[in-house]
Ligand binder design. Structure first.
Ligand code: UD1
Ligand code: UDP
Length: 388
């Protein structure tokens, strides 16, 4: 473990734990708001290192520095390896610096094992993006399990939407422990979109010019889709490109070897399919804004797309994000190739007028979630102090 040894006697000590790229993106606005809070909060950032390369890029964009990095990542890591390495590293960290609150975000392995490490050591836990539920424990796997388990251990729940808050109430969480805040992913997105940066990736630069051909954006990485479902999705994409003249596909391939291999085997070598390394957040956001549609199994991308009205085909059987579907921006299409090709064609026939109809207030947030979460944290810490 590398890192500094901060002063454990200061008040309002909050440890933010981040493991993967989406956690870094979503926690950046929260850390910023905590550090800007009128009441001083000693906010420290620990990386589990579950993702190394993908997180570094996000930290650079949001000008964040980690106070600790447990550096746990291994190629093709198993859930057990992540569990053991997270728990051991965080256990030592929590003994070194005793925070008054641990703040985690979302549903990854790092999130649950950080909450568990806090529970073992009697450090209160707050959960950002609390209350999302697909209703099916294995889909997405293991995320639905991790988010439910983290909910059980959390003392404070920052739910992004009213629906998410209702899920928690149904599970018996006390009303005064839930705060509806919006999702800080919208804060991060608006921040980056407002900077007006041009994309660096040459293919994207070309595709974002006014007279460029239409393109679809593809991302795919979920564990429950490894093997045949992933192959079926990639075969459908290839068929769509081969039958739709001029259509191009941009596919930033997740570095997981279980995705890299079939993606290259099935999709490489076609001049209109662009397999590339994961895009930097700025480039990704401009691709999302400029694409005719996005095909994805990602959670975060479902939350970002409504800001631009970019239609989403969700390559999963269930989603914990019903708001985008209700708003007409997202459609659940699963991994059946026939359905993907049909829906992909349908999406390409949509006009810019159709798109304007779905471009709307983002149901996942208004860009002020970070501030609300920071206020909630400060309130909780002062209540704890008065109570104790
Ligand atoms: C993880 C989360 C998933 C989240 C996703 C966000 C778990 C179990 N899964 O999935 O919920 O949606 O992150 O992207 O917590 N790799 C690299 N460099 C990186 C990151 C990953 O090479 O910066 C490779 C490594 O070989 C690693 C593999 O990808 O072993 C898988 O990473 P892992 O974090 O286990 O799973 P993800 O599919 O990224
Ligand atoms: N993203 C990115 N570059 C990429 C792909 C995604 O910056 O090449 C961003 C995207 O904008 C979103 C987040 O990463 O904010 C989503 O991450 P991912 O799909 O890996 O995880 P999930 O949200 O499904 O947990």
């Amino acid at each position: 473990m590398t890192g500094v040894t901060p002063d454990a006697t200061m008040a309002n000590r909050v440890l933010v734990v981040v493991g993967t790229r989406p956690e870094a993106i979503k926690m950046a606005p929260v850390i910023r708001a905590l550090r800007a809070s009128e009441v001083p909060v000693d906010t420290r950032l620990a990386l589990t290192g579950q993702h190394s390369d993908l997180v570094d890029e996000v930290l650079r964009i949001f000008q964040l520095k980690a106070d600790w990095d447990l550096g746990i990542m291994k190629e093709g890591q198993s859930l057990t390896e992540i569990a053991v390495r997270c728990l051991e590293g965080l256990d030592e960290l929590l003994r070194q610096w005793r925070p008054e609150l641990i703040l985690v975000q979302g549903d990854t392995a790092s999130v649950f094992f950080a909450a568990l490490a806090g529970f073992f050591q009697g450090v209160p836990r707050a959960h950002v993006e609390a209350g999302l539920r697909s209703g099916t424990l294995e889909q997405p796997f293991p995320e639905e399990g991790f988010r439910r388990l983290t909910g059980v251990l959390a003392d404070l729940h920052f739910a992004p939407t009213v629906d998410a808050g209702k899920n928690l109430l149904r599970e018996g969480v006390a009303d005064d422990r839930i705060q509806i805040t919006g999702n800080p992913v919208v804060d991060a997105l608006l921040d980056v979109a407002g900077r007006g940066w041009a994309p660096e990736t040459p293919t994207l630069k070309r595709l974002l010019e006014d007279d460029a051909p239409p393109f679809l954006l593809l991302t795919f990485h979920r564990r429950e889709s490894f093997g045949r479902p992933a192959e079926r999705v990639f075969e459908a994409i290839r068929q769509l490109v081969e039958t739709e003249e001029g259509l191009e596909v941009v596919f930033p391939v997740h570095p997981n070897p279980r995705i890299v291999e079939p993606a290259h085997r099935i999709l490489a070598g076609h001049s209109r399919i662009h397999l590339m390394a994961p895009l930097g957040y700025v480039d990704f956001v401009s691709a999302l804004a400029g694409a005719r549609g996005v095909l994805t199994d990602s959670g975060g991308i479902q939350e970002e797309a409504p800001t631009f009205g970019t239609p989403v085909l969700v390559l999963r059987e269930v989603t914990e994000r019903p708001e985008g579907i209700r708003a007409g921006v997202a459609k659940l299409v699963g991994t059946d190739p026939r359905r993907i090709v049909e829906e992909g064609r349908d999406l390409l026939r949509r006009t810019s007028k159709d798109r304007e109809r779905t471009r709307q207030t983002n149901p996942y947030g208004d860009g002020r979630a970070g501030i609300r979460i920071a206020d909630g944290v400060v309130r909780y810490l002062s209540e704890q102090r008065e109570g104790g």
